[in-house]
Write a protein of this length. Structure first.
Length: 298
């Protein structure tokens, strides 16, 4: 039997305005581990080749910037671009620079634009990259935007998948890459209107919350330690699309509501501005599909 020729999928991972929390989350993937994904050939004949990641790569300086340019020019149409963090545009992008040319810092938006235009696929990892997130919150002195809005302003039409979350679950990223390796780029019907995979973001947190029965009964907690639905205390599960209640976090140990906290809606484009204050109830009219008659006023 002839040996299969291994197809390499180069990945360039750029970090813009953010906290690196998305990288930390994804690097904690359990099954497969990030080592399995990046080093092992987990699917015969297909291999992920991480070419650039500012946090984990050993190289620095001109050598790694040269690698960015080599991949961008030599692997056009065959590499995956992962963007973590929002894109600052104010003051010609001077709030986030990567590398130098002629002694001047190169704005991160230059790399996102040039590499995004020729990518096989672009993944906006985390809410900041997907929708602007916290860096683009009200005030926004650096004029941060998400990748989708940035691409629209530059007429870039490369395939884009949004994987929001603050941070995103590692399974959402690993599962998306695995699906691409197995089946190719996702079909339009496999993504929601915000470009999120329906496999992970297809249902409301509220639909699968173990406290949902309390909501239907009109039993609402008065403090975080009480039994009852946390809606009155500010839970954003009724307007948040994610599979956290069934997938759980930290190797299936728990999730925000399970450990007594609230869902803060961190996967939504309205986070954080329109979902704040986090510990105040949202208006019933802001909950599509959930009738006001279901809510017993406290």
């Amino acid at each position: 039997m002839a040996d299969l020729e291994t197809v390499e999928y180069p990945i360039i991972w750029l970090q813009a305005a953010g906290c690196t929390g998305c990288s930390v989350s994804v690097l904690n993937s359990v099954s497969p581990t990030i080592k399995n994904l990046l080093v092992d050939e987990i699917l015969p004949g297909k291999h992920i080749d991480m070419r650039f990641h500012p946090t984990v790569m050993a190289g620095s300086g001109e050598a790694v910037i040269g690698e960015l340019e080599r991949v961008g020019q030599g692997d056009r149409g065959s590499y995956v671009l992962v963007v973590e963090g929002a894109i600052p545009l104010a003051q010609e992008g001077s709030y986030c620079l990567l590398g130098e040319r002629d002694g001047q810092g190169v704005p991160i938006f230059h790399w996102v634009e040039s590499l995004g235009r020729d990518a096989l696929l672009v993944i906006a990892l985390g809410t900041c990259a997907s929708f602007g997130g916290i860096p683009a919150a009200a005030g926004n002195p650096t004029n941060c935007v998400g990748v989708r809005d940035f691409f629209a302003s530059r007429q870039i039409t490369s395939p884009l998948i949004n994987l929001p979350g603050c941070p995103p679950h590692p399974d959402w990223f690993i599962g998306t890459l695995a699906s691409i390796l197995l089946f190719g780029l996702p079909k339009l019907e496999e993504l929601d209107v915000l470009g999120r995979p329906k496999a992970f973001y297809g249902g409301l947190v509220h639909e699968n919350c173990p406290r949902r029965a309390y909501f239907d009964e009109g039993k609402f907690a008065k403090s975080l330690s009480d039994e009852g639905c946390l809606y009155e205390l500010g839970c954003k599960g009724p307007v948040t699309h994610a599979d956290c209640p069934t997938r759980l976090w930290n190797q299936g140990t728990n999730w925000c509501v399970g450990c007594g906290g609230l869902c803060i809606g961190c996967v939504e484009p309205t986070f954080p501005d329109l979902l704040s204050p986090l510990y105040e109830r949202i208006a019933d009219e802001d909950m599509p599909g959930i009738g006001e008659q279901q809510v017993v006023k406290g």
